[in-house]
Design a protein around this ligand. Structure first.
Ligand code: C2E
Ligand code: CA
Ligand code: CA
Length: 451
């Protein structure tokens, strides 16, 4: 969750600060126009009668010291927390790309805090205290509404609602600066675009570093609306996820992509295609059969299709994920784990799941040449991928220097603006041909036999 705020101008990188400082930090983010993607978690520890009792006793300090240790273990540079009272803690996490990750962060924190804490006075038998915290949070996607008071109010509200209901973790997503496009209107527009086949699928090249060849493309949805602002792909996906249209979007992208792949092969361009799945797709038991059908319709071999799932999608539905992924692997499809490194999850699922590729998130790749920590992380992730028999792909490669580092680290594949952004199918064909032509040594001009 590092967003640079801790590095830039922070003379004091203490993760624990006063509530006042935490509020000022939020306001500073807002005034400086720092991108949002911030979550404020309000952690209410007061569900535990034990802690309330302990509050009267000296060893409350032991409990809170342990709470502090566990909170700190989950923080990244730039994240902060504050003990607002002995039964309420605020945790500010920066640069969380989506609300699912904020929920995952909340659940992981809650699980960690629920592990028994050893406590007791010197003259007493030590006892275990088990906290049962409830967490409410507010996540803000953009700068515009990330005002301190709004985040605090929404997070506190969510915490109250969580306490009144059976939800132990409840995160509210604040509307972003895209709020001018009203969510309901956006839903209707996306629905009609899906019905009217108005969405496009663009392809971003993926390069095999050992050969420098483009071996695959990632399919990314685009909605080009003449004279109207473009809607970012992530927003189309999140509206579809929220409003029950994800099945349709995935079907559309899957079929368009496979159709294009089959057309490309007829033009002598043999590349695989990678498509993004969402957490809700994992709940669709019919999906593997739909994939098999689409592959048969377009005559594409299953090993030319890679399906990308994020860590958070897998962790949200771990039980379903295993069966779902095994089925797709049995059918011969490839499986990638997307945005790797941004989640809070353990790595335990890597050995359980039949994954073929690990996509290292762009946030680590971007600063690999300047940040030695990021360089070490990418090195570790490449090694991790290889340990589990996966290919490592670096996302967000924008410069030659980054590419050189990745080659040194033994990364297998790369994708990013350094090569090309996502391209419309015919633009991809042009790009591919030009690259092929540049790589093929021009035959020496034949000398005329006679002068
Ligand atoms: P993602 O799957 O992580 O896709 C990569 C995103 O990074 C794409 O943004 C791509 O255009 C962008 N990108 C690629 N190379 C670079 C680079 O070098 N620098 C930078 N700064 N960015 C780069 P895009 O197309 O806006 O998509 C955003 C997200 O929307 C995707 O993230 C994915 O989560 C979601 N998405 C896109 N298409 C689909 C789809 O068909 N279905 C689903 N479920 N989600 C989709
Ligand atoms: Ca992806
Ligand atoms: Ca990604």
């Amino acid at each position: 969750m590092s967003d640079g705020t801790a590095k830039a101008g922070d003379t004091d990188a203490r993760p624990r600060i006063s509530a006042q400082e935490l509020l000022s930090q939020l306001m500073e983010h807002h005034n400086a126009g720092v991108p949002g993607r911030t979550v404020l978690l309000v952690v209410a520890l007061n569900r535990s009668d034990r802690l309330l009792a302990l509050a009267q006793e000296p060893h409350t300090l032991q409990v809170l010291t342990e709470v502090a240790r566990r909170v700190e273990a989950l923080l990244r540079p730039g994240d902060r927390y504050s003990f607002v009272s002995h039964d309420e803690t605020w945790v500010l996490l920066c640069d969380l790309p989506n609300v699912s990750l904020a929920e995952l962060a909340g659940s992981t924190l809650r699980e960690s805090l629920m592990r028994p804490i050893l406590s007791g006075r010197d003259d007493q038998e030590p006892t275990h205290v088990t906290l049962r915290p409830v967490i409410g949070g507010a996540w803000s996607p953009g700068g515009a509404l990330a005002e301190a008071h709004l985040l605090v109010r929404e997070a506190s509200d969510a915490c109250l609602r969580a306490q009144r209901s059976d939800d132990n973790v409840l995160i509210t997503a604040l509307d972003s600066d895209m709020a001018h496009v009203h969510r309901g209107a956006l839903e209707r527009e996306v629905r009609s675009a899906l019905h009217g086949n108005e969405l496009d699928v663009y392809f971003q090249p993926q390069i095999q570093l050992a050969t420098s060849k483009c071996v695959a493309v990632e399919a990314l949805v685009r909605w080009i609306r003449p004279d109207r602002p473009a809607i970012p792909a992530a927003q189309i996906a999140s509206v579809c996820e929220e409003r029950g249209m994800m099945g349709q979007l995935t079907q559309y992208v899957l079929n368009s992509s496979l159709r294009q792949i089959s057309l490309l092969r007829k033009q002598g361009i043999d590349v695989a295609v990678s498509i993004n799945l969402s957490a809700v797709t994992l709940l669709d038991a019919a999906f593997p059969a739909l994939v098999a059908q689409a592959l048969a319709t377009w005559g594409v071999s299953p090993d030319r299709l890679m399906l990308e799932l994020t860590e958070s999608a897998i962790v949200q539905n771990e039980a379903q994920a295993i069966g779902f992924m095994k089925q797709l692997r049995r059918q011969g499809c490839m499986l990638a784990i997307d945005d790797f490194g941004t989640g809070y999850s353990s790595f335990s699922y890597l050995k359980q799941f039949p994954l073929t590729e690990l996509k290292i998130d762009q946030s680590f790749v971007r600063n690999i040449t300047e940040e030695s920590a990021d360089h070490r992380i990418v090195r570790a992730l490449v090694d991790l991928a290889h340990t589990f028999g996966m290919q490592a792909l670096a996302e967000g490669v924008e410069t030659e220097a980054t590419l050189e580092r990745l080659i040194e680290l033994g990364c297998d594949r790369a994708q990013g603006f350094h090569y090309a952004p996502a391209l419309e199918a015919h633009a991809f064909v042009d790009w591919f041909r030009q690259r092929e032509a540049a790589a093929t040594p021009t035959p020496a001009r034949a000398e005329p036999a006679f002068r």
